[in-house]
Design a binder for this molecule. Structure first.
Ligand code: SF4
Ligand code: SF4
Length: 300
């Protein structure tokens, strides 16, 4: 069944209007073909996320029940994570961007791709829900759930972390810049669902959360640190506050330039619905680095 889903999603990625840039930027695809990983809903790692992400982080069963589904044993649930890799055109145009103003801005093509990604990720989840509905299985999605919220409590985290879910399914590991490094790199977006379809599990290679990062595994690289214009990365990791503040500066400038073609995004912060925002990304730390489009430790 997972191969059928993969084929279905590949076709959806090829044909969906939502997976296209605005015509001002060529109208090409935003994401190339997806990768899929599957974890068992009762995997103890989901309890561990309550310690490493935050106590409000939901287990698959908690998300399932929050969405009004019938109580079943957690081990009967499957968690599917989907990697959405940005196309080479976006990556290539983002690599050598120069500073044109006081605030170094990402390539506009990336800002559009980052902004349009939210609606495409949501539609990807809806497509998967429909795919399993037709087979008489139930499916829920964290990003579509009212139980999803960004939590601001000293730092930032969410009640359903797509990166942690992807790690649980064996799709990648964490890194110095805090992105998830998959076999197709870190310059990706992620989505996930929880279903009662009895899918085969894709095993994690191991439980080490940092094996794909050259700095954490070999003590070398740190190229993401050099590329960050906000000094938000150092040998101790990624400073979310500095990163957020720089992202706000970028958003102000980019919205002023291309606001009319951006899509609004609505989200809850500390469980309160906020006015629409227009995320446009930054991600200098992901472009032109060894982990941009591959797992740099794969051949080591
Ligand atoms: S650029 Fe190097 S140090 Fe930074 S996350 Fe990628 S592999 Fe790790
Ligand atoms: S997203 Fe931007 S500000 Fe944040 S760590 Fe990466 S390069 Fe730095």
């Amino acid at each position: 069944m997972i191969n059928d889903l993969h084929h279905y999603l590949k076709s959806f990625f090829e044909t969906s209007e939502l997976n296209h840039l605005h015509e001002n930027y060529g109208g090409g695809r935003i994401f190339s073909n997806p990768l899929i990983g599957v974890a068992q809903g009762g995997d103890p790692i989901f309890q561990k996320f309550k310690e490493v992400v935050g106590s409000e982080h939901l287990t698959p069963l908690e998300l399932w029940l929050a969405e009004g589904q019938e109580r079943i044993h957690a081990s009967e649930l499957r968690v599917i994570s989907i990697v959405l890799p940005y196309v080479d055109k976006i990556r290539n145009e983002s690599k050598n961007i120069k500073k044109f103003s006081r605030v170094k801005l990402p390539a506009e093509i990336y800002s559009i791709g980052r902004n349009y990604a939210n609606s495409f990720k949501q539609e990807t989840c809806r497509q998967i829900i429909g795919f399993f509905n037709k087979k008489s299985y139930r499916t829920v999605a964290g990003m579509l759930s009212e139980s999803f919220s960004i939590m601001v409590k000293g730092s930032f985290y969410s009640t359903w972390s797509e990166r942690h879910i992807a790690f649980a399914t064996g799709l990648g590991t964490f890194s110095l810049h805090e992105g998830l490094i998959t076999e197709v790199g870190c310059n990706i977006r992620l989505a996930s669902v929880v279903t009662n379809a009895p899918l085969k599990i894709t095993q994690r290679k191991n439980d080490d959360p940092y094996t794909n990062c050259l700095y954490y595994s070999k003590g070398i690289c740190r190229e993401c640190e050099e590329r960050c214009p906000a000094n938000a990365i150092d040998e101790n990791g990624h400073n979310k506050i500095k990163c957020y503040e720089y992202g706000q500066k970028i958003a102000g400038k980019v919205i002023a330039r291309i606001g009319p073609i951006l899509k609004p995004h609505v989200r809850c912060v500390n469980r309160i619905l906020r006015p629409p925002s227009y995320p446009v990304g930054c991600a200098f730390c992901q472009f032109g680095v060894p982990c941009m489009d591959k797992n740099p430790t794969a051949k080591m």
